[in-house]
Ligand binder design. Structure first.
Ligand SMILES: [Zn+2]
Length: 73
């Protein structure tokens, strides 16, 4: 979707420059939002999850008993 905005923006730059600029800016905004969403999710994921040392399952960082293998952590 972002690539389409960039391509349309470049095409419109020749026919209607103001519209082309708007499409390119929208493309950049969507690209930044996508990157922020991805990195934000990764940070939250790291902060709230840990790996069980016994079964290697992803579990809550606050868990004291693994819900998968039922062993103490
Ligand atoms: Zn486990």
């Amino acid at each position: 979707m972002i690539a389409v905005l960039f391509i349309l923006g470049i095409i419109f730059m020749f026919f209607a420059p103001p519209l082309g600029i708007i499409l390119l800016v929208l493309g950049v905004v969507f690209l930044i939002l996508k990157i922020v969403k991805k990195t934000g999710k990764a940070a939250v994921h790291l902060a709230t999850q840990k790996t069980c040392p016994h079964c290697r399952s992803k579990i809550s960082s606050k868990a004291v008993v693994c819900p998968v293998c039922q062993r103490d952590i």
